[in-house]
Write a protein that binds this ligand. Structure first.
Ligand SMILES: NC(=O)c1ccc[n+]([C@@H]2O[C@H](COP(=O)([O-])OP(=O)(O)OC[C@H]3O[C@@H](n4cnc5c(N)ncnc54)[C@H](OP(=O)(O)O)[C@@H]3O)[C@@H](O)[C@H]2O)c1
Length: 380
């Protein structure tokens, strides 16, 4: 099968398109024919091995000490179950699925344990849209819900609002009843407004730390904000949350945990099946909308990674494979034939079946209770 590989850590040019053996599913594994994948900021970080120095050793032990242990790139995927191991009960061949894994999704086939982050593809999303969901939406969910502990009615400022995580953070914060201010460049103002931002700061023209109003949460997805300057615009119980951080932010986190007042918080989002299901349900209900900024064919993975490296990526960058445009798996509905959401665009995917899925109930912030690991005894 064709796959994007990185057999060394380094710049985008280390990537190759290789013919590699198809992964063999073990008893609890599902093998998915990938129809769309993505290149995320996380993929670029792993490829270049960039991250906080303090995590160098644990990350190298996880990913491969001298070179990547699994050479196949890619985290997000959407496609159709091609085969299943003997002990698999959740999926059947032909199921339309989406999900996220640490490595291996930028390939024609990916295997993943059936109890890992793989679920029925939201029926109203194309493969490309479904593949664009897990990384950014789960990160946004975990950081708003568990790290920031966002409450309805609070004011949140999202830095990097047009990026892969930011587009979901704006939508989720709005869904959870917050007042959202988005920080982005001028070209993305209409986009973030359409996602639910009540106010927008053009990052080239304005300095949000000069504002007179205060925020309960500053969610810095990019890791560019200054702790001291942001404290001026945080409420006394405010949370300054970093998705991208280094030793300085971690020291601020430790220091602010010891004194009263606003907090600095850093963390990692992880990927659980429960959270994948939540973001899938929210997408199926129309509450979350994936944003696809660019598409590249699998063969142009180097160019795709170079684009991510510019730091100007909007929403998700899709890698197209097989039937990547695909279809929404909703079958043709004659009663709403004019609705593009109900049209089967390409019959090649029309036979993909949706695995059993509970009726969608859109979670509110109280439904998606914070994970205990992040509990802050001072606030709750
Ligand atoms: N800790 C975790 O568990 C976790 C999980 C997921 C992601 N992350 C990290 O979160 C970061 C963001 O991820 P992402 O996928 O959203 O990245 P991304 O898609 O590459 O973000 C690109 C966006 O960043 C904005 N941007 C670039 N420079 C900026 C600046 N100086 N100030 C404000 N905005 C700026 C750009 O918006 P404009 O062009 O509109 O300005 C662009 O739309 C990455 O570093 C990623 O590794 C961490």
């Amino acid at each position: 099968m064709r796959a994007v590989t990185s057999r060394a850590y380094g710049p985008p040019e280390v990537l190759r398109i290789e013919e590699v053996p198809a992964p063999v599913p073990s008893a609890r594994d599902v093998r998915v024919r990938v129809q769309a994948s993505t290149v995320t900021s996380g993929d670029a970080r792993i490829r270049g091995f960039r991250g906080p120095r303090i995590f160098w050793l644990p990350l190298r032990l996880t990913l491969g000490l001298r070179r990547p242990r699994n050479p196949i790139m890619g985290m997000e995927f959407a496609g159709v179950v091609e085969s299943v191991g003997g002990a698999v009960t959740r999926f059947r061949v032909g199921d339309a699925v989406f999900g996220m894994t640490m490595r291996g999704a930028n390939a024609e086939l990916v295997t993943i344990r059936e109890d890992a982050a793989i679920a029925a593809k939201p029926a109203n999303l194309t493969n490309e849209e479904a593949a664009s969901l897990p990384f950014g939406a789960i990160a946004a969910l975990v950081f708003l819900r568990d790290v920031a502990k966002l409450q309805s009615g609070e004011r949140v400022l999202v830095i990097g609002a047009a990026g892969g995580v930011g587009v979901f953070a704006v939508q989720l914060a709005r869904h959870f009843g917050a007042h959202v201010t988005a920080v982005c460049s001028a070209g993305s103002i209409d986009l973030v407004r359409s996602l639910g931002a009540a106010a927008v700061v053009d990052r080239a023209a304005e300095d949000f730390t000069e504002a007179t109003h205060r925020y309960d949460v500053i969610l810095d997805t990019i890791g560019v904000s200054d702790v001291a300057r942001c404290r001026r615009v945080l409420t006394p119980q405010g949370r300054h949350v970093f998705l991208s951080f280094g030793l300085a932010e971690m020291l601020h986190m430790a220091w602010t945990a010891l004194r009263p007042g606003s907090r600095v918080l850093c963390g990692f989002s992880g990927t659980t099946l429960a959270d994948l299901r939540i973001v899938g349900d929210l997408a199926e209900a129309g509450t979350l909308r994936p944003v696809i900024g660019r598409r590249f064919p699998l063969e142009e993975a180097v160019a795709a990674h170079r684009h991510v490296e510019t730091g100007r990526k909007r929403g998700s960058l899709v890698l197209t494979l097989n039937d990547s445009q695909g279809t929404r798996t909703v079958l043709f509905d004659h009663t709403t034939a004019s609705s593009s959401m109900n049209r089967v665009d390409d019959t090649s995917d029309a036979c993909a079946r949706s695995p059993a899925r509970a009726p969608v109930t859109v979670p509110s912030i109280s439904d998606v209770a914070p994970a205990p690991g992040w509990a802050d005894p001072r606030r709750r």
